[in-house]
Design a protein. Structure first.
Length: 366
């Protein structure tokens, strides 16, 4: 049996089937227990929607990874995921304070850093910095994982959005790691090739769970992922990003370079990351706390323009996919220049809905 099947098809199918079969049971249990997200306030949905879709996503991930991955290689990644999973469960049930959530997230990150030995070791000559001192490496890794994880938590505002963006990112991560694995296997079965193969499995396992979840979450949603799902997805994408940042791109027809890793990771997570930084910047300028809730996210602007859930979600899917494709043609640039151009493109495109909304509101006032 080929490695191609083991790294893609079976993990993806296993996580898809487990998640797909689990969701109806969770919906039934949520209805019996009255565990809903209620309409009103900043919520853009109507009616009572179960909020524990993240449990099904996690179940699919865990079952598939235990079955298909090399447990010795990913055991501490699973420990970190389990910690975040229970943080999400507690938050969905009890609404944890931001501080308690942060403490829980940091504990899971420390497992990654000190037990899984997964941290960002260098800046790849960005701002003239190569290798990071150990303590800065730890702090920077914590910062990156917290930002990515919470960016996915914040982008989970309309039907199908967080799940779809996560699926697109995991697809591209999976393809990159699979091609890197095949490239490394040309030089024999090594420890590095085994490790990269595990990250391909993780990527496609996440993809399978999210595709199954989207069957029930795409508008009109029958279930939400809750903080349980968004935190788990964010952590896995953080793990994949750190691995890509450290290893870089190592695929056929492209010269291997670790400098390309950070740029591609940012590009694959562009919408949640840039939207979060943009919203935080606006809140701070307006005199509010960065975590103060509002309706300034990109999906809120699209909804206010009358796009609706489906059209807003599909628009951001297309935007995310195009960013990933465009980034491929920018990988020969220097790291600093490529990130600068990407930032300009993403923020310029993100500003369009807000400009249109301002014009719409001005016309409505006349």
């Amino acid at each position: 049996m080929s490695d191609w099947h083991i790294n893609i098809v079976f993990p993806l199918l296993t996580s898809f089937i487990v998640t797909y079969l689990a969701i109806p049971k969770i919906i039934h249990f949520s209805k019996l227990s009255r565990l809903f997200a209620f309409a009103g306030g900043r919520n853009s949905h109507e009616g009572e929607i179960p909020i524990f879709g993240g449990v099904a996503i996690f179940a699919g991930l865990l079952f598939s990874l235990v079955f298909w991955a090399e447990l010795e290689e990913i055991q501490f990644i699973l420990v970190s995921l389990i910690i975040v999973f229970f943080i999400g469960i507690l938050d969905d049930l009890l609404s944890l304070s931001p501080f308690r959530k942060l403490v829980g997230q940091i504990s899971s990150i420390l497992v990654l850093i000190y037990l899984a030995e997964l941290k960002i070791d260098g800046m790849h000559n960005l701002f003239g910095v190569q290798t990071l001192p150990p303590w800065i490496s730890v702090l920077f890794t914590i910062f990156v994982v917290v930002v990515i994880t919470n960016a996915y938590n914040l982008i989970d505002g309309i039907d199908g959005l967080a799940g779809g963006l996560g699926a697109i990112a995991s697809l591209f991560f999976g393809v990159i790691f699979l091609l890197s694995y095949e490239s490394l296997m040309q030089h024999g079965y090594t420890e590095e090739s085994i490790e990269v193969g595990q990250y391909a499995i993780i990527s496609f396992t996440l993809l399978g769970s999210l595709l199954a979840f989207l069957r029930y979450n795409f508008n009109p949603a029958k279930i939400f992922m809750g903080d349980t799902g968004s935190l788990v997805i964010g952590l896995i994408l953080s793990i994949l990003s750190i691995k890509l940042i450290n290893n870089g791109i190592n695929i056929p027809n492209i010269e291997h370079s670790t400098e390309r890793g950070p740029f591609i990771a940012i590009a694959l997570l562009a919408i949640p990351l840039y939207d979060t930084f943009r919203v935080f910047f606006i809140r701070i300028l307006s005199g509010y706390h960065p975590l103060h809730p509002d309706r300034n996210h990109i999906h809120h602007a699209l909804l206010d323009l009358g796009f609706g859930h489906k059209k807003s979600t599909l628009t951001l899917y297309i935007f995310s996919f195009l960013i990933a494709v465009i980034s491929y043609f920018m990988i020969d640039m220097s790291l600093g220049l490529s990130i600068f151009i990407l930032t300009f493109i993403v923020l310029s495109c993100m500003s369009i809905p807000f400009i249109l909304l301002q014009n719409k509101n001005r016309k409505g006032e006349k």
